[in-house]
Design a protein around this ligand. Structure first.
Ligand code: DP6
Length: 324
């Protein structure tokens, strides 16, 4: 049996940055994201007793055993979870429409697409809540990529109650995100490792205490179409996450000189009346929230500052889609 699915990537406006349970990927905080239209992964999963050896192809390139390990472990975990034959082999073909040059993480869209086509190929008949729990076992941020628009991942405290829900799948809102490439090299510290280190910051427990009120404030901003509050909370959440990294022991940062230049540019643009806000994940690249109306001016200011860097202008993307 085989199935094919497409999932779009998402960028957290309120960050997930810490696990309560590593195996189940239960987060220490709830998070809120925006699913993007410009970046997605399409995956086909086939299982068949006739397949002699399991394989994983990414953009038509067969991945080595080491490169396939995380994906194979994930599929084996799901086969066990649903009492499926663990010896049945499978073949996965995945296409990442996440321009590598944009430096955007693809694990969110990758594991959301994989969870969906796995479930369909085994006719598990899961609803979207269950699918988001399945995606979570692959990568935390994938939990949110099952839905489109604005999405909340409710942290929960066990496998059943940690899942995503749509806040508004089709926002009628002129909100865009500019993904600016600063560096496309593989990050030095993986998200998993980074969040583990950050938990050693003296400020981490205090940061966690604010999570509920940040989530509530963001939900109000979303339902009120309040861009200023949404942008400010997003920027704060990113700053808080990166402050945890700087104050961890040992401290570290994903920022590079151009990351700081872009932060300063966003402040300057805002002071000059062009409203925009930044958010930054586990890497040096900067994403800028703005209205489509202002995006041209912001793009030209970035090019003036950094030369011909790659910038992708993304709007709201949809939730999981089955293909064929
Ligand atoms: C900074 O989802 O990549 O993008 O659960 O270990 O796979 P794992 O981590 P991952 O972490 C994402 C971290 C982040 C913030 C976010 O997406 O909420």
């Amino acid at each position: 049996m085989k199935a094919k699915a497409r999932a779009h990537t998402n960028i957290a406006l309120i960050k997930y940055w810490g696990k309560a349970d590593k195996a189940l990927k239960l987060p220490l905080m709830s998070s809120i994201s925006m699913t993007l239209d410009a970046f997605y992964t399409e995956t086909e999963f086939e299982h068949d007793p006739k397949i002699s050896e399991s394989s994983f192809y990414l953009n038509d390139v067969k991945q080595s055993p080491a490169q396939s390990q995380r994906v194979f472990d994930y599929i084996n975990e799901l086969q066990k979870k649903y009492n499926l034959d663990p010896n049945e082999n499978f073949e996965i073909h995945s296409y990442n429409h996440v321009p590598t040059s944009a430096g955007l993480a693809s694990s969110a869209s990758a594991f959301a697409a994989l969870a969906a086509c796995f479930a369909k190929s085994y006719q598990l008949d899961l609803d979207k809540t269950q699918l988001s729990r399945l995606a979570r076992l692959g990568s935390g941020s994938a939990t949110r990529s099952i839905f489109g628009g604005f999405v909340e991942w409710i942290k929960g405290d066990n496998d059943l109650n940690s899942y995503a829900q749509a806040l508004n799948e089709h926002p009628d809102w002129d909100l865009h995100m500019l993904a600016v490439e600063v560096n496309t090299k593989q990050k030095k510290i993986s998200s998993s490792k980074g969040m583990e280190l950050a938990q050693h910051s003296n400020y981490y427990q205090d940061w966690l205490k604010q999570n509920d009120s940040e989530i509530q404030a963001m939900k109000s901003a979303i339902s009120n179409h309040d861009f200023s509050t949404l942008g400010q909370i997003s920027e704060n959440s990113a700053n808080e996450m990166h402050a945890m990294n700087l104050t961890a022991n040992p401290g570290f940062t994903y920022f590079e000189p151009d990351t700081i230049s872009l932060i300063n540019l966003v402040h300057e643009l805002r002071n000059s009346g062009i409203e925009c806000y930044y958010t930054i994940d586990a890497g040096p690249n900067v994403k800028i929230l703005c209205t489509l109306r202002n995006s041209k001016k912001i793009i030209s200011a970035i090019h003036n500052l950094l030369g011909n860097v790659k910038i992708v202008n993304a709007g709201f993307g949809p939730g999981i889609e089955y293909l064929d």
